[in-house]
Design a protein around this ligand. Sequence first.
Ligand code: PLP
Length: 400
Amino acid sequence: MKYQVDEKGFYGEFGGAYVPEILYATVRNLQEQYREIIETEAFQQEYHALLKDYVGRPSPLYYARRMSERYGCRLYLKREDLNHTGAHKINNTIGQILLAKKMGKTRIIAETGAGQHGVATATVCALMGMRCEVFMGATDVERQHTNVERMRMLGAEVHPVRTGNMTLSDACSEAIRDWCCHPADTFYIVGSTMGPHPYPDLVARMQSVISEEIKWQLQEQTGRDYPDYLVACIGGGSNAAGTIYHYMDDERVKIVLAEAGGHGWDTDHTAATIHRGTTGILHGAKMLVMQDDDGQIQEAFTISAGLDYPGVGPMHCHMAKQGRTTVLSINDDEAIRAGYELTRMEGIIPAIESAHAIAALQKMTLKTDDVVVLTVSGRGDKDVETYLKNKSLAGEYGNF
Ligand SMILES: *Cc1c(COP(=O)(O)O)cnc(C)c1O
């Protein structure tokens, strides 16, 4: 249990709960209750029934034959793109809304960047008949208009945030501000393994269904319940946390994570926080953040709206520092090319976030009998326009 959260909410030096005094009691209450509630049989039953019949789990573990031949390994894709709403995010929002209900909360708030977490939250609020308000940077509201319309159609109120760069980081700050004003009746559904303790652990547990399934699916398909490599993309870190959860302490399994390099981790246009960040406090937790010498948060840059965050969850900061994970920085052009490659080789259009994980394959040294499980965190429908605009980066796949 070397990489699990401790009682104080820390992963090594990272994590904790740095919240304004007015939220202290609310966060404390959540810290004290979350494990007890989610471990009850009633909760587990309701959660797993919804994952099965509503989300469509288990998601397939698919042996990608042509990609395996290309990369000289045995590549299995964990298909989170096939979940309801098109990504892994709903695993977490289903769990958190059940927790909110059990805690007697009546109003849900959430932050969103690209809109994927906003849509997943608005979806479960419609399902449960709960009031839903989503904070989204004004820039993102414009860039991700379809997701805004989806949220509105689902009955959520979308608040454009006009502070700072008007993107994800500002939306998080605004959601925390709203929470401060309504701590009694409001539950904040956080979208990734970030935020004050217990959120990183709570979100990791909700996403851990991914590796729970990988275990028995691998056993069934290969006769062995662990892979040689796990590969996932990493923004805040939730799909990565879910992918590795049941293998964290199993040193036979090597873990490779792909963060968004943008134009390159050593340029001013990057979101590669583990490569570039220094220790700081952002949105309630100590983690690696991209900041200037005065501790002001620097804007993240990447072609992928879902990885566009200047921090990264404390669990991943700790694991990377301990050398348990290998974190690669994947640039925009590499991700675009990899997205096209998966599309043409396997007939799967991945989210650009997930394409970062695909691009990691060519930077790995693989043997033909290595079993590699790579999580496709989401589907690429939302990104078709971006793929087409950037087809000049797609190499041999761009001639159409
Ligand atoms: C939000 C999102 C991500 C990044 O978030 P994590 O918390 O790092 O998983 C990755 N892929 C998709 C498809 C997303 O929607």
